[in-house]
Write a protein that binds this ligand. Structure first.
Ligand code: PLP
Length: 633
């Protein structure tokens, strides 16, 4: 097409910005995954991976995990901190930990523990279950195992045993009462625990998780509680066990200056804890490193106004200068970056099943009705212009309501009601065009929403509630891009609806512009159309739910090799129908028995033959064992 190219598509979908080099659009119109971890830079088209999966019998949707991207993020984090440490002449090191609440899937945790070993990248846990998972993967005495969360005796004992077998454990005190319990249990097995205190900073952040920060946050100890912990340890001659200060200001912090204020405040607290006599070694800044989901590099909640390099430099600089001339040694810097570590490495791929053309207006019949309301509506539609739109909108709304009333009171039939509605939608579509041409400040507020022309709906084979819960829960904007045909101009604009029959089950915000819909291509009759939702590796999998009993999707993990090729290194089947039914307490054997009994009764009554009954029973069994999503075959 004239004036269109893959580069234009890359710009339209902003791939370069949010993709941070991990994804790009090539001249073949396909979205590629790039990696530089191999001997020479290498790349693979996602469409090719999907075509191969489909031809080997896989159904959509699929969550694609890219092992190289996860590795690259860990390496990038360490490299950026190392560079900042060298640049500022910082006299200690950086150690990362992965908070496994952000993605607890076994493959992900195992991969981080394995690849991260070269950097002594550790794990942070917040519950017993997370600790039990972490204890069997973290095989590096130099990597930290940080125990956050509220701890009962079993949790404490497990942590102490982990330390006994050589793991580098830090117990973070979330509540004062934990101190006595940990000391008591540690004495029983003769282990010296290492403590951290989680402190509630007064620094306030903005963005979606602002409530995790500031004086009113519910997490962490106040300054007076921290001092009580210090005094308690002092009185038992155990202050040397206090080694770490921890804080967490919330996830996805959009503004670098909020990060800066937090580090400044924490450095002062760290300094004073050291001056109190604690054997301080580690400053753990928690999570919060943002992901630029919309590629705008701004401080809106779906972005962040800083790069990773800047984040690292600010932290290193502020700690160093805060401790300058204080006599307190510079600490090991720890961050618990979850989102920024794993978001990039997963992409949800789904196919489009059908479309509904809302933008095509309904036909107005050739033989018009002469009912008064309809005649008036027709006249209004013809008279609409830039001077009278507000009053005619009021009248048109009134007439539409009258038409609906007349139908309910039997004075208008279905055909007449249909005609009235068609004229009304023609009117609304013309109104939208008029409103779009006018400055929004000059439009009465009641008409703002009518600037939006009704958009086409593309029905995607996925569940928002299962695979993208943050879109529903917190209006998260995620980059959505067709993974192929990008050398063709996308001529349509559409909302992407899922298959949950729920009006909230839709993606309707393209790069923060909710009025525009997603640029998509016209569907072709005999060709699948695939879209990818990118940056979904953080939080989405475990938070997803079973709305409409649509279960976990298939997961395929690939590793890209040197030769622009890839290997499949992990495959997990998505939930079957009987799996999801078992989560809501159905027993599939009993279900089959009950259903077969109904079929047998139909045979006895003569409603179906024996042969038909076999087909029906088989279909039920196949349905039980099948995928919960729309299957093409
Ligand atoms: N650490 C703690 C204590 C958290 O509660 C969280 C999540 O909110 C994280 C780390 C991870 O934060 P992020 O995903 O923003 O890096």
């Amino acid at each position: 097409m004239i004036n269109w190219s893959s580069e234009r598509a890359e710009e339209l979908y902003n791939v370069k910005k949010w993709g941070e080099g991990h994804f790009g659009v090539q001249s073949d119109g396909l979205v590629h995954i790039n990696t530089s971890l191999t001997e020479k830079p290498s790349s693979v088209s996602i469409h090719q991976v999907i075509e191969n999966l489909v031809s080997s019998g896989h159904e959509m949707p699929v969550l694609l995990r890219i092992a190289n991207t996860l590795d690259e993020r860990i390496r990038y984090l360490h490299k950026s901190f190392q560079e900042a440490i060298e640049k500022r002449g910082y006299l200690n090191q950086y150690k990362g930990v992965f908070p496994i609440k952000v993605n607890q899937q076994q493959h992900v945790v195992a991969h981080i523990a394995g690849f991260g070993k070269q950097f002594h990248h550790g794990l942070e846990v917040g519950s017993k279950a997370e600790l039990i998972a972490a204890m069997s993967f973290l095989d590096d005495p130099m990597a930290l195992l940080i125990l956050n969360g509220y701890k009962d005796r079993e949790f404490v004992d497990l942590g102490l045993y982990a330390q006994q077998i050589g793991m580098n454990v830090v117990f973070v005190l979330e509540m004062q009462s934990e101190l006595d319990l940990i000391l008591k249990q540690a004495q029983l097995i003769d282990v010296e625990p290492s403590f951290g205190v989680r402190m509630r900073l007064s620094t306030q952040t903005s963005g979606t998780w602002a409530q995790s920060s500031g004086d009113r946050s519910v997490f962490g100890l106040t300054a007076s509680q921290v001092i009580e912990v210090v005094d308690q340890l002092k009185s038992q001659n155990k202050l040397h066990l206090l080694n770490m200060l921890h804080y967490h200001l919330g996830s996805q912090i959009p503004d670098i200056n909020q990060i800066r204020s937090g580090v400044q405040e924490a450095t002062l607290i760290y300094r004073d804890l050291a001056r109190e006599g604690a054997d301080m070694k580690i400053l753990d800044l928690g999570g919060g490193l943002g992901v630029d989901y919309d590629g705008s590099l701004s401080n809106n909640p779906n972005s962040r106004n800083y790069t990773l390099e800047e984040y690292c430099d600010v932290i290193v600089y502020e700690i160093k200068s805060g401790l300058d001339n204080t006599g307190v040694a510079e600490p090991i810097i720890v961050t618990e970056s979850g989102r920024a570590t794993v978001a990039y490495s997963s992409v949800l791929i789904f196919n489009i099943l059908d479309q509904h053309n809302h933008s095509e207006l309904p036909k107005i019949p050739d033989l018009p009705s002469n009912k008064e309301t309809i005649v008036r509506l027709r006249n209004i539609n013809e008279a609409l212009n830039t001077d009278n739109f507000h009053e005619l909108y009021n009248e048109a709304s009134f007439l539409k309501a009258q038409i609906e009333d007349s139908f309910k009171h039997h004075t208008m039939n279905l055909r007449e009601r249909g005609e009235g509605e068609s004229i009304y939608w023609h009117f609304m579509s013309r109104l939208a065009k008029i409103l779009q041409a006018i400055d929004i400040d000059k439009i009465p507020e009641v008409l703002h929403e009518h600037r939006r022309v009704p958009m086409d709906v593309y029905y995607g084979n996925f569940s928002l509630f299962q695979s993208l819960p943050d879109v529903w829960a917190i209006d998260q904007v995620l980059p959505v891009v067709p993974i192929h045909r990008l050398d063709e101009r996308p001529m349509e604009r559409a909302i992407l609806s899922d298959i949950t029959c729920d009006c909230d089950g839709k993606l309707d915000t393209f790069l923060n512009q909710s009025e525009l819909g997603f640029p998509v291509h016209k569907l072709k009759k005999d060709e699948e159309y695939y879209l990818g939702v990118f940056l979904v590796g953080a939080y989405q999998e475990t938070l997803g739910d079973l709305h409409n009993l649509l279960g976990d999707t298939h997961v395929v993990t690939i590793e890209i090799t040197d030769q622009d090729e890839y290997n499949i290194v992990g495959q997990i089947e998505g939930d079957s129908v009987q799996d999801v039914l078992s989560y809501v307490e159905y027993d599939s054997i009993k279900l089959s028995e009950r259903f077969n009994h109904f079929v047998d009764k139909s045979v006895q009554s003569g409603a179906v033959s024996i042969d038909e009954s076999r087909i029906i029973k088989k279909a039920y069994q196949v349905g039980l064992e099948g995928y919960t999503y729309f299957e093409r075959n």
